[in-house]
Design a protein around this ligand. Sequence first.
Ligand code: SAH
Length: 194
Amino acid sequence: MSFWDDAYRATPPWDIGRPQPAFVELVRNGELNPGRVLDVGCGTGENAIFLAQNGFLVTGIDFVQNAIRAAKARAAERKVKVDFRVGNALSIESGKDEFDNVVDSGLFHIFSDEERLVFAQEAARILRKGGNYFMMCFSDKESTDWGGPRRVTRREIRQTFSRLFKINYIHDTLFATRIHNTGGRAYLTSATKD
Ligand code: SAH
């Protein structure tokens, strides 16, 4: 059993039972393009459900079957329509669909250097021109004492995405978890496909 499958046998630290405050703020500020959203590495679906409740047409993919099962159950319970599917963010099955937005809460920071480049290409491929990518990852300002995923620098984000995207900003933000009081120090990136 992989680390990720195993993580969902209990409640993982990132599964906070509500959408991430940084993404709630993005919606409040009207930063997403209207229309379709792909939530990559959607976990149990809180962000995707929140977006659907706010008028977006949302697809959520995660490669852990149990996470997708839980996401589907939550959406059904709350009577919200989201297309949750098991899928790999490094090889996205999108058919003819082009997305207006891709959201990434805590996926990018788990990738290796090679995977980062593959993922950036995949995100660009499935977005329409002018489509937005929003990404939250732990930053180099967060302590490594507790382990967890890679800490990412602004420079690494620029290096990965600037060939295919215009980077609008990389802001300091907080990643809410079950193990931090106020959240882990993180970056919120907004980028637009050229
Ligand atoms: N976005 C969710 C989960 C973050 S944890 C949230 O904010 O709560 C990272 C998620 O990415 C996990 O659910 C893990 O199963 C998923 N994941 C990791 N690698 C993946 C890949 N290559 N394709 C799809 N999902 C992946």
